[in-house]
Design a protein around this ligand. Structure first.
Ligand code: NAP
Length: 300
């Protein structure tokens, strides 16, 4: 009788000698990344594989992952999801400046010299989805309000600062976390990150071109985001990065009053593009069909 395979042996067997990458997390069974990358592999007729790798949240388990990626010739890298995005950082050979600034890695790319480089593509995914869904939005046009200061908010704020937003108003339930984020990501050219208080969040909406919910409020199992939108210009875009459900109460209300809305699915899909390109050497786009399939998969 054959001995049962461990997850690494399983992944290598599935790859059948082809170049491969995988989503690494704990748990990882419900990740949609294999469907996302599998779609692109098929679409571009690439002889490669993208699998799943459950890795326990222990340093020794992450060290085993790093050793596996380095010694396996056809391993191209991986994506990382909860709870590994920060803990992996000291184990990698290089962290690119963007990921360093955000303080988290969601993509690992094996370089030609075998070194493992950590990157963060969440900010890229956030902005690409915004540009796709609201192409008329201009970063320089006016203030932006971001709610939240967790891991996702760090990537969102960094990308908005880099895009050239003149004034970013940042609000978080725990004010100190927002202050820390504001200090860490403050632009050096005189533009401002203004920290507001959670209780006065509605008062910050005046004149905003974009409101982003980067908290977990509104997510399935969480309370809805409670915010009075009366002061928000109707020309403003409302972007909720929550993707379960796709239509949050915030988006439903904003849509009802005429604001253009962006849900979290586009960010989820677009953040996969840079990793795919680095591993498999082909530039990819997110198609309407792909979005449709992913939305159906989410039950939306
Ligand atoms: P996180 O690091 O745990 O941060 C959670 C944020 O929500 C913090 O700012 C937290 O404020 C705030 N929050 C939680 N409960 C709250 C409450 N009851 N009242 C007010 N604020 C509350 O999580 P994350 O990784 O940043 O993820 C945040 C959301 O973004 C999740 O829904 C996640 O699914 C989504 N996300 C989407 C994408 C995408 O591709 N679309 C990517 C990443 C994340 P405190 O600091 O006060 O706790």
């Amino acid at each position: 009788m054959n001995a049962p395979r461990n997850p690494y042996q399983q992944l290598v067997a599935e790859a059948e000698g082809r170049p491969f990458a995988a989503i690494v997390g704990w748990p990882v069974e419900h990740s949609r990344s294999p469907a996302l990358h599998g779609y692109w592999l098929k679409q571009h007729h690439i002889d490669g594989h993208y699998g799943r790798l459950p890795v326990e949240p222990k340093r020794a388990a992450l060290e085993e992952l790093v050793a596996f990626l380095k010694r396996t010739p056809n391993a191209r890298g991986c994506n990382l999801t909860l709870p590994h995005k920060i803990e992996i950082m000291p184990l990698l050979d290089r962290i690119d400046p963007g990921a360093q600034r955000i303080g988290a890695v969601n993509t690992v790319v094996k370089q030609a010299d075998g070194a493992l480089e950590g990157r963060n593509t969440d900010g890229f995914g956030f902005l690409e989805a915004l540009r796709y869904n609201a192409p008329h939005w201009r970063a320089e046009a006016g203030p932006v309000v971001v709610l939240g200061a967790g891991g996702a908010a760090r990537a969102v704020v960094a990308s908005l600062v880099d895009a050239g937003v003149p004034e970013l108003r940042l609000v978080n339930r725990t004010r100190e976390t927002a202050v820390d984020l504001g200090v860490a990501l403050a632009p050096r050219d005189g533009r401002r990150i203004v920290i507001g208080s959670w209780d006065e969040r509605a008062g910050l909406l005046d004149g905003a071109t974009l409101l982003v919910n980067a908290t977990s409020l509104g997510m399935k199992g969480q309370p809805p985001l409670d915010i009075d939108l009366a002061g928000l210009p109707r020309s403003a875009i409302v972007y909720d990065i929550v993707y379960v459900p796709l239509e949050t109460a915030l988006l439903a209300e904003a849509r009802g009053r005429g604001n253009r809305c962006v849900d979290g699915l586009g960010m989820l899909l677009h953040q996969g593009r840079p990793g795919f390109e680095a591993w498999f050497g082909v530039k990819v786009e997110v198609s309407a069909e792909q979005r449709h399939v992913a939305a159906a998969d989410l039950g939306a």
